[in-house]
Design a protein around this ligand. Structure first.
Ligand code: FAD
Length: 481
């Protein structure tokens, strides 16, 4: 007879494994199915290894600017890319092992293989179609194997994969996805990055720091198109100052490949076409949900534009089947996946105070140099929504800590509802902003108004003081500018 659970989760990324831990805490008999790597894309090929690469880039940047800080470092600094990649893979492996430990600690059964839903309440786990990369992401010990399993509740947490543009498909050799970009055998001399969303711009920033000649091509008028235009204008200026070439309102229409290089045909807004030759290209034009081969069509689960359609609690149109994380649509971010996972299982467990996920309060962070972070509406989106707004800004050039850090290029911008004082959005570029944005996220979650923010004491000297000053600026009360 098939082994029966309260909850089976398909996919062990940040959405799936966090949902599993919470389900177990709530007393639900839980299993998680994984076909490739515990921790999903985030731990193995996404958030974490990129941050490890970017940390190496940051240290190298600092070393190269040691003189600015009165330090003498002899000789030219350079990167040993094999060691940089090895460190990044090591960080991933440690966390991948950590997920195995968490499953064991929380008595969650791990089932190894590829899951397919055969009917509501039943899955079949078959042989994985994905190779396991040993020794970085080994199959954990004591896992269950192929077979039929049943559960009252099935949560789809299968994540997403790189999207490809027709005719410019990644080939793993000249045109890379984030998989190849994450572990280059050697550094290319020149690189084109197609797409300037968070993934594209983080890799562009990393490779530029490593000394690679980088050209970013973005079809939209600004880089990081979902971010506030003032913030991205500053980020662009800083990235260009670091030697990155950036083309916006520009489209790669064709790529011609040679033995060890490629030429991209780039059409700009004025209709002109220029050719850019580089050693490699990273295709970073977004991701698409893993909805295939899961039996969704047969069971009747509704999908839209490559993602499973859910309500605010992860429920699909079929009773007993849920979806969370990247496979359930944007914003495709690890913390959104985790939050949806917790909300979903708490609702399943019948907790009374569960709130639907509010996608308007999901922060977004890009860890390029300079960093970019935001939450809520941009100024343009607030105006588009017909909101009467007040905007405050504070430049890092007037912040003591930023100057002391040698990182005085940055901005904090806040948007309030004029009538109610509700914080509608916050946007930051500069040093450590990916750590700072959470202050505004908490404020928005508590439905804070300008009054309360102005009465909050911020520590001195910190870059966080730019947050308070921006709020004061929105009300004509700025102190240090
Ligand atoms: C380069 C890069 C950098 C990123 N940086 C950040 C960042 O800094 N911050 C951030 O918030 N987000 C970042 N992301 C996005 C983040 O990785 C995803 O949002 C997150 O991993 C989504 O989690 P998930 O649980 O939905 O799915 P995933 O992490 O994709 O996990 C899904 C899992 O399901 C498994 N699976 C799929 N189908 C099956 C099946 N049929 N049977 C069994 N198992 C299956 C897969 O093997 C995978 O392990 C980044 C992504 C990339 C690519």
């Amino acid at each position: 007879m098939a082994e029966n659970y309260d909850v089976i989760i398909i996919g062990s990324g940040p959405g799936g494994y966090v949902a599993a831990v919470r389900a177990s805490q709530l007393g639900l008999k839980t299993a998680i199915v994984e076909r490739e790597h515990l921790g999903g894309i985030c731990l193995n090929w996404g958030c974490i290894p990129t941050k490890a690469l970017l940390r190496s880039a940051e240290v190298l940047d600092h070393a190269n600017h040691a003189k600015d800080y009165g330090l003498v470092l002899e000789g030219k600094m350079s990167a040993d890319v094999k060691a940089v990649v090895a460190r990044s893979r090591g960080v991933s492996a440690r966390l991948n092992g950590g997920v195995g430990f968490l499953m064991k600690k929380n008595k969650v059964d791990v089932i190894w293989g590829e899951a397919k839903i055969t009917k509501p309440g039943e899955i079949v786990v078959g042989k994985s179609s994905k190779p396991v990369v040993e020794p970085q992401n080994p199959v954990p010990k004591n896992v269950k194997g192929e077979g039929t399993y049943t559960a009252k509740h099935i949560i789809i947490a299968t994540g997403a994969r790189p999207r490809a543009l027709p005719g410019i498909e990644p080939d793993g050799k000249l045109i890379w996805t984030y998989f190849e970009a994450m572990k280059p055998a050697a550094l290319p001399k020149s690189l084109i990055v197609m797409g300037s969303g968070a993934i594209g711009i983080e890799f562009a920033s990393f490779y530029r720091s490593m000394g690679v000649d980088v050209t970013v091509v973005e079809v939209m008028p600004t880089i990081m198109p979902v971010e506030d235009v003032e913030v991205t204008a500053i980020a662009r200026k800083q990235l260009e100052k670091r030697g990155m070439k950036i083309l916006t309102s520009a489209k790669i229409t064709k790529v011609e490949k040679a033995a060890d290089s490629l030429t991209a045909h780039v059409e700009t807004a004025d209709g002109k076409v220029q050719q850019i030759t580089a050693d490699r290209m990273i295709s970073a034009v977004g991701v698409q949900g893993n909805i295939e081969n899961l039996g969704l069509e047969a069971v009747g689960v509704k999908t839209d534009r490559g993602c499973v359609v859910i309500d605010g609690y992860g429920k699909t149109n079929i009773a007993g089947i849920y979806a969370i994380g990247d496979v359930a649509g944007p914003p495709m971010l690890a913390h959104k996946a985790e939050h949806e996972g917790v909300v979903c299982v708490e609702k399943i467990a019948g907790l009374s105070n569960v709130h639907a996920t509010d996608k308007g309060k999901v922060p977004g962070c890009t860890y390029c140099h300079p960093q970019v972070a935001s939450v809520g509406l941009t100024e343009a989106k607030a105006k588009e929504a017909g909101r009467d707004i007040r905007v405050g800004r504070f430049s890092f050039a007037a912040n003591g800590k930023a100057i002391a850090l040698g990182e005085d290029q940055g901005l904090c911008k806040v948007i309030f509802d004029k009538k109610t004082g509700e914080l509608l959005g916050a946007h930051m570029v500069g040093a450590e902003v990916t750590e700072l944005i959470q202050g505004f996220v908490v404020a928005m979650n508590l439905e804070t108004t300008e009054e309360e923010l102005m009465h909050t004491i911020f520590p001195h000297p910190t870059v966080s003081e730019t947050m308070k000053e921006a709020v004061l600026d929105a009300y004509g009360r700025v102190l240090n500018a």
